[in-house]
Design a protein around this ligand. Structure first.
Ligand SMILES: NC(=O)c1ccc[n+]([C@@H]2O[C@H](COP(=O)([O-])OP(=O)(O)OC[C@H]3O[C@@H](n4cnc5c(N)ncnc54)[C@H](OP(=O)(O)O)[C@@H]3O)[C@@H](O)[C@H]2O)c1
Length: 234
């Protein structure tokens, strides 16, 4: 593949960090990694931008510092816990919506000019099995409640963005990263998890995600994918 520029949102730790590590392992790639607190990845093909997706001014300031086209935007940042919708306060629900839903939209809006100048024109939202209506009906474990609501909304954001951008040759897709041993993923370990089931290492999820993301074509746009290339139920 010719040299590609990837923009990974939320790269300080977890899956985002793993994606940046592996993408930058190909020295022909340029990786722009966003973090909330200044962070040095120590590699010449990684540029960092400070960005908090819960703040419009922060997202716009980060976008204004970017001078290069972007081929692939990976919207990875999110907050999440296993909480019940009925016991979620309005403030907490607002925090979820602002970070996970509005945050994604802010980033897409701010970086769309750079994506339009890129060649791949890919927008990938890291959503979740928690955002699958089919999987969530009667779900016994995993993050349910408000987190699941925001991830289902992210799935629909991807479909609507697909509809609005496909005429320009964009590929937009939501991708589930699997259950991954990150700070967030580790919070889902509890006594309701079936015996023998455990989260996978970040490296495995990141490798699968990159293979899926790099392989996405316009035919795959607007569909929900798993990190292993499987088709996910909405
Ligand atoms: N782990 C899993 O099993 C799993 C399963 C399904 C889906 N996912 C999804 O995969 C993605 C990554 O999850 P993870 O497990 O790597 O989570 P994580 O370990 O909690 O890391 C979350 C990342 O998002 C960043 N972030 C949080 N709020 C942000 C904000 N307002 N603005 C910018 N960045 C922000 C964090 O930055 P700071 O370090 O500054 O907090 C961190 O880099 C999320 O979208 C999550 O919903 C994860």
């Amino acid at each position: 593949m010719p040299s590609q520029t990837y923009l990974v949102i939320g790269a300080s730790r977890g899956i985002g960090y793993g994606l940046v590590e592996q993408l930058s392992g190909d020295s022909s790639n340029k990786v722009i990694a966003t973090v909330r607190k200044p962070f040095d990845f120590g590699k010449s093909n990684i540029e960092t931008l400070v960005l908090d997706q819960s703040s419009t001014s922060s997202v716009q300031a980060a976008a204004s510092k970017l001078s290069t086209p972007v081929d692939t935007l990976i919207l990875n940042a999110a907050i999440g816990l296993d909480e019940a919708l009925l016991s979620t306060t309005e403030d907490r629900l607002h925090e979820y919506m602002n970070t996970n839903i509005l945050g994604v939209q802010r980033v897409v809006n701010a970086f769309l000019p750079a994506l339009r100048k890129g060649t791949a024109k890919k927008i990938v939202i890291i959503t979740s099995y928690s955002g699958s209506n089919t999987a969530q009906r009667g779900a016994e474990f995993g993050f349910r409640g408000p987190y699941a609501v925001t991830k289902a909304a992210n799935n629909m954001q991807a479909v609507q963005l697909h509809n609005e951008l496909r005429g320009e040759g964009f590929v937009v897709a939501p991708v589930h990263p699997g259950w991954v041993a990150t700070d967030m993923g580790s919070l889902a370990i509890n006594d309701r998890v079936p015996e023998g089931v455990k989260p996978m290492p970040v490296e495995d999820s990141a490798a699968g995600l990159i293979k899926v993301i790099d392989g996405l074509t316009t035919e795959d746009s607007g569909k929900f994918w798993g990190f292993d290339g499987s088709s996910m139920a909405w």
